[in-house]
Write a protein that binds this ligand. Structure first.
Ligand code: TYD
Ligand code: MG
Length: 455
């Protein structure tokens, strides 16, 4: 038998290398490669050719089977992000920064599923059962029928789950789990990958829904390999700013429902509370019309959400002016500044630019382009936009405004929150638009001329 060769694995992307190096060729990250024992020796190529495999059963696509009934927890925000409830035999990864509230959320979800009649096992590898119980007491869940375990040895956990076959098993967190068959420390790429693999195949084999908690690195990756994301059916991120009470649960991958769906929660002294109408909350502390602030009518998943975009533009003392962004993509900001300069002749040279999405939400929709441009212009010209006006539209490099999807839903949400006018790209399907007066713009120069009276 060939002697097992050690391999070198990148903790950022999971690529394996034969030799150690300071920089990973696959993803370009520095200092992420470490030595690890291989997963298993496995049969060589010759063995695969010689020993024939078993024939697998094949079928056609005309299935008669009913889709499996989903289990709902009763926490509407949580169920919606899952695509309408929990699918049996599914594997879900819940990622997020340490301390953001993953354990709190999953303990609350576990209790709700248990209350709805499901058999739920919660295994913590990070806290002792007494600690979890104390948290449950604080959340007012002490009387729920969730079964608790504190363990990190995955072999013991799997044996227990086999024997109990619950409807839902929660593993908090996958980074603390270890398999005695893998020669690497808990939290290492091979351990995380092997643990996640064992748990997902257990889910499929025994029809148990499994939820894994995963910590995220500073760069926004599930610590350890991206491979875990490929293994599971659903990937949810729990995100939010530490200083803000809002928390957003976002599905970034879902084999059983729409991706990009969000659920909004508020962290209170007694755990996470659902926020049924996020727009009202994100806009609730809006001050009187101020230069630099615009309201963007966005869509998150299937739901319209209004958020305030704030910009500040100030003379810079630096040779390379500052561009600081919170809640939006910095590259996209540079692009919009360049389009404003090239297509509308408005330069931000020598000016520091700060952009903030209020409420701690992160926006990735290109439809926010026009609202960002409006906030930047409003800050630079020191002219406030009308207080009752929402803005949306995608900006192309030519300066043209592109129509965006679901314009009618955006307008209806705006109408519901008391806005009466909107600035939107020409060519959007707006239907009745909820009664909102729409100013349709073809391109950036038209928008600048119309709203700020300059060309
Ligand atoms: P936790 O769920 O332990 O985070 P994670 O599992 O993602 O690491 O949440 C910890 C934070 O949540 C902690 O800083 C305190 C706060 N918290 C509340 O504000 N209210 C509560 O009711 C609970 C249980 C926690
Ligand atoms: Mg935790």
């Amino acid at each position: 038998m060939a002697k097992p060769v050690t391999q070198f694995v990148c903790s950022a992307c999971g690529a394996t290398h034969k030799k150690w190096s300071g920089r990973c060729d696959a993803c370009g990250e520095w200092n992420t490669i470490s030595e690890e024992a291989p997963l298993s020796a496995g049969p060589g190529k010759a063995a695969l050719g010689a020993a024939k495999g078993r024939r697998i059963g094949l079928s056609d696509l005309r299935t008669e089977e009913e889709p499996p009934p989903r289990k709902t927890s009763g926490i509407a925000e949580f169920d919606r992000v899952l695509g309408g409830g929990l699918v049996p035999a599914s594997a879900t990864l819940v990622g997020g920064d340490p301390g953001i509230g993953k354990s709190t959320l999953l303990l609350q979800a576990a209790a709700s599923f248990a209350r709805a009649g499901a058999k739920v096992i919660y295994v913590s590898g990070e806290e002792a059962t007494a600690q979890v119980r104390m948290r449950a007491q604080r959340l007012g869940l002490a009387d729920s029928a969730v079964m608790l375990g504190a363990e990190t040895n995955l072999r013991d956990i799997l044996t227990t789950l086999e024997a109990e076959t619950p409807d839902l098993a929660i593993i908090d967190s996958v980074q603390t789990m270890w398999l005695d068959t893998v020669e690497a420390a808990p939290g290492s790429v091979s351990q995380v990958r092997a643990s996640a693999h064992e748990l997902t195949s257990f889910a499929k084999r025994r029809g148990v829904a499994v939820m894994l908690v995963g910590h995220v690195t500073k760069e926004g990756q599930i610590a350890g390999p991206r491979v875990v994301e490929h293994m599971v059916d659903t990937v949810l991120y729990f995100e939010g700013e530490r200083g803000h009470q809002f928390r957003i649960l976002r599905s970034v991958k879902n084999r059983f429902g729409p991706a990009d769906e969000i659920g909004v929660f508020e962290m209170t002294g007694a755990g996470l509370a659902e926020v049924a109408n996020p727009s009202a909350l994100f806009l609730s502390d809006r001050e009187t019309p101020a230069p630099g602030a615009t309201v963007f009518a966005g869509i998150e998943g299937t739901r319209p959400v209004l958020v305030e975009i704030q910009a500040l533009v100030a003379p810079s003392s630096l040779s390379q002016p500052r561009r600081a962004v919170v809640g939006w993509d910095g590259g996209r900001l540079s692009m919009i500044l360049a389009v404003l300069e090239a297509r509308a002749g408005i330069s931000f040279a020598g000016l520091d630019v700060y952009l903030n999405i209020a409420g701690g939400i992160r926006i990735s929709e290109p439809a926010a382009d026009l609202a960002v441009a409006a906030a930047l212009l409003s800050a630079r010209e020191d002219v406030a936009l009308p207080h009752d006006c929402v803005v949306f539209g995608e900006l192309s490099l030519s300066g043209a405004l592109r129509p965006v999807s679901q314009a009618e839903n955006r307008l209806k949400e705006a109408a519901k929150l008391g806005f009466s006018s909107a600035i939107a790209p020409a060519g959007c399907k707006i239907g009745s638009g909820g009664g909102v007066r729409v100013q349709a713009m073809a391109d950036l120069p038209a928008f600048v001329g119309e709203v700020f009276g300059a060309g």
